[in-house]
Ligand binder design. Structure first.
Ligand code: HEC
Length: 145
């Protein structure tokens, strides 16, 4: 009897730990995505000012690294809580990973444009990058709740 109660308590504690872990990964990815928003603003400031695009390579590299690791920030079980992640991320995992792979490819194009120092090419690649963010947000990010 006592063993059963203890086992039940242990399982309940494990369940709580799982929820806590999901909240951690949600906070981590939201924080990272806010950082991506800041990187985009910083890049736009340079293209708007028609500044030197070459130092932007470092920012784009940071973004590439983040998106390469993005799928891991959406483990199964992290779709509830303080999150706008839609269930489609898990029901259509292949589609989600494909739009993310497109994001990385687009960032590589932005990186090449920035490295060339060509402001017009960097601006065009930047606009395309912003559009690519939307190709994931539309199907996989819901309204704030
Ligand atoms: C592969 C999918 C995907 C791509 C690509 C993507 N996002 Fe997101 N983004 C999401 C999802 C899903 C959320 C909601 C995350 C959550 O609430 O757990 C989100 C949330 C955000 C948030 C809100 C973070 C918060 O909660 O405060 C910002 C800002 C953001 N994304 C910026 C960007 C920018 C900028 C890009 C492009 C450079 C981008 N995202 C590309 C899927 C993506």
């Amino acid at each position: 009897m006592r063993a059963w109660i203890l086992a039940g308590a242990a399982i309940a504690a494990m369940g709580t730990a799982g929820v806590a872990m999901a909240q951690d990964v949600i906070a981590q990815r939201r924080d990272g995505l806010r950082g991506m928003g800041r990187q985009m603003e910083a890049i736009k400031a340079v293209t708007d000012a028609r500044g030197d695009t070459r130092p932007l390579v470092e920012r784009v590299d940071n973004m590439i690294t983040f998106y390469q690791g993005l799928p891991a920030l959406f483990p199964a079980g992290s779709g509830t809580g303080e999150t706008r992640a839609l269930p489609a991320i898990w029901s259509d995992r292949a589609g989600f990973e494909q739009v993310n792979a497109n994001m990385v490819t687009q960032l590589q194009a932005l990186r090449a444009a920035a490295a060339s120092g060509d402001v017009a090419a960097t601006t065009a690649a930047f606009n395309q990058t912003g559009a690519t963010c939307g190709t994931c947000h539309r199907p996989y990010r819901g309204p704030a709740r």
